[in-house]
Ligand binder design. Structure first.
Ligand code: GUN
Ligand code: ZN
Length: 436
């Protein structure tokens, strides 16, 4: 057993409403990598033999411990695409991203970048992510190999793209099916890893390829437990030029989402990135089908894609998360993503409160990935991935935090001023991970 005494915060849902639970002087008890207890130190400490507690207790006097952050939409091969100047989505893909992604046929390069990627995630307090790989199987092997080495709960999959892209990145319906199947058999549900079927977007997948992606999802749907099934990730309604092109290529469909929906790619294991420009009809069908959304604020601002609207998502009751979308996103820090989400809301008269923001990167994100049974907060029995944030990380943060602040105010300070510097220690299944 391990005992952590610290300020503790996590989100819970009670009667469908999001609530924060805060323990100013809390105790988190971990047993065999899972959460055993959480509560006030003064109350909980009596439940354990004093000699055990005193021997094993770790104190964090200037910290706030929160659940590990979850990034529901990221591209690990774009580690070095970050900070590419001056292009909007389609040009950015052609000029920077497709060029970099071609390097991932070399497994050594893929492993090198995967190593850097996971280190950077952990440095930022992100303990789980759903990532695209490239269309090369080698890139997926490298991704899962390194994730397994760190013991992280990770989701990812081979990018499917068979049209309108450089030839060296394109697969075919058949090769994509065979390679994905092999990777699923090897990696899906192995230790903490899960596979995500990953058609890039409608612009680079033929209709037959989208149908094949749905076939894979059917074949590995997890039987009666969707949480055991493969996930699906793609992009939707991110940029106005992208939408025009999707409608040109698939002119017989009602709207962009309808392309995926009619190809049977919607559902509770499906996560659609961006969703800035969805029509009401699209949101309606997304909600009906149980589909999920990953909002990508840093990316949308960096690429000048547009402003999403969280209120509309709430009205339609669609589960969503806040994600980094590196390398369209310009930071691995989900604190920065929350900060930009707040500003995107503010521009539209909506004030994203700090508890909800944290929820969208923890419990809410676990729901988006259909992992709420094992991740997202400190409920008893969940996997003990957590982060100790240093409340004295910078002089400004130290000075801005007031002793009489509410937890909402404290979290808002961290979201506004925080980044990787906040992250002092990271734990996976209760064990500290040493980050280089
Ligand atoms: N749409 C299709 N591919 C991509 C990608 O790699 N990044 C972003 N932001 N949007 C996409
Ligand atoms: Zn993306």
């Amino acid at each position: 057993m391990q005992f952590y005494r610290s300020s503790l915060f996590h989100c819970v849902e009670k009667n469908g409403s999001i609530q924060g639970e805060y323990y100013a002087d809390g105790l988190l008890v971990i047993n065999e990598g899972k959460v055993l207890e959480i509560g006030d130190y003064d109350v909980l400490c009596h439940q354990f033999p004093q000699e055990v507690l005193q021997k094993k207790l770790q104190n964090f006097p200037h910290h706030l411990i929160i659940p590990g952050l979850i990034d529901a939409h990221v591209h690990y091969p774009q580690y070095k695409v970050i900070a590419s100047f001056g292009k909007t989505l389609l040009q950015w893909l052609n000029d920077y991203t497709f060029v970099e992604e071609q390097k991932f046929h070399q497994e050594d390069y893929a492993k090198h970048i995967a190593e850097l990627f996971f280190t950077e995630l952990l440095r930022n307090g992100t303990t789980t992510a759903m990532s695209f790989c490239t269309s090369h199987s080698q890139s997926v092997e490298a991704f899962f190999d390194i994730a397994q080495k760190y013991g992280m709960r990770m989701l990812g999959g081979k990018m499917m793209m068979d049209s309108h892209a450089p030839e060296s990145l394109c697969d075919s319906v058949e090769s994509s099916y065979n390679q994905s199947k092999k990777l699923i058999e090897k990696w899906h549900n192995k230790n903490r890893l899960l596979y995500s079927v990953s058609p890039r977007f409608a612009l680079t997948s033929s209709s037959s390829q989208l149908s094949m992606a749905a076939r894979l999802m059917r074949e590995y749907n997890g039987g009666s437990q969707a949480k055991d099934g493969v996930r699906m990730q793609t992009h939707l309604n991110e940029n106005t030029d992208e939408i025009s092109r999707a409608k040109e290529l698939y002119s017989q469909y009602e709207n962009y989402f309808d392309i995926y929906d009619k190809h049977h790619l919607s559902g509770e294991n499906s996560v659609f990135g961006h969703c800035i420009y969805c029509e009401n009809e699209e949101f309606k069908r997304m909600a009906e089908s149980g589909s999920k959304i990953a909002l990508c604020p840093t990316s949308n601002l960096f690429l000048g894609s547009g402003l999403f609207n969280m209120q509309r998502l709430d009205e339609h009751n669609i589960p969503y998360a806040i994600a980094s979308d590196v390398g369209g996103g310009d930071s691995f820090s989900l604190f920065k993503a929350m900060n930009e989400a707040y500003k995107i809301g503010a521009l539209q008269g909506y004030k994203l409160d700090s508890i909800k923001a944290l929820y969208l990167c923890t419990l809410g994100a676990s729901k988006v990935l259909n992992l709420e049974h094992c991740l997202g907060n400190f409920e008893k029995g969940k996997e003990a991935d957590f982060v100790a944030l240093n409340l004295q990380a910078t002089p400004l943060i130290y000075e801005r935090i007031q002793p009489d602040q509410t937890i909402e105010e404290l979290l808002f300070t961290l979201i506004t001023l925080g980044d990787d510097r906040l992250v002092d220690k990271v734990y996976l299944l209760g064990e500290e991970i040493k980050i280089q």
